[in-house]
Design a protein around this ligand. Sequence first.
Ligand code: DGL
Length: 285
Amino acid sequence: MTNTGGPDVRKKDLRRPTIGVFDSGVGGLTVLRALVHHIPDADYLYFGDTARLPYGSKSAATVAHYAVGAIHHLQEQGAELLVIACNTATALALDDIRAASRVEVIGVVEPGANAASSASRSRRVVVIGTDATISSHAYRRALEARNVAVKEKACPLLVPLVEEGWIDHPVTEQVARIYLDEAFSADAREADVLVLGCTHYPLLKPLLRRIAPSHVTIVDSAESTAHDVARQLQIHPLPPSQEAERRVAPRLKFFATDSAEKFKKMGTRFLGLPVEDVLHVDLKE
Ligand code: DGL
């Protein structure tokens, strides 16, 4: 993990760490969902920049500016470790975020690339994401550094379809089919891994599983990131005598830059848990 110059969370007794999770909106709740599953005995602060999304069509400078403001807020609220759940923010602004952070920062691209590299036998992988993530070539760089050839494919229509709730809808299936046919064409026919390089895509996993070539393994960067965070925090399975402690519900607190009510409604669908404690925040430009 890159040293951010902040306190090393691995050396602290983070029996119950406070983990800050940042995303452009509600999509990052798929990452929070995976984190809560793997690290239930933690406190979570989630920041969704719902007033300024989508990030996927914005420039690196704008995304970095927004993200740095948000992570300052999470640190002021007590985050001891930051997870950048947003693929676009990780791809475009991870260096700026790390430079501005007092605490350790984990993005989603490296864990996703690691998992894809481990899963690929053919050493050829397809990555799908927003326009901005794909144009940044962040996944390409991370995978080529692991000797994996990459075909990148922007799938900008999938985010609005998921937000519409059309996760198992014929229109979404048709759109995804067009994207994947193109992604797995020509030199990418031998690709044996599909990386879901966007917060929203885990909700489409059953649909994508159905339409992706059957030999392809799907790597969900939300899951890979949660594994990585658990590893970084050196969280090991508890002995059976302490299992009850592990079952203590995680504490979740949310910040949204647009309406708290809207966040609650939409967030519950992405998190798969009730989203209750939401505060509206107004970040000064
Ligand atoms: N969170 C973004 C990502 O993972 C998708 C939504 C957006 O464009 O803001 O790339």
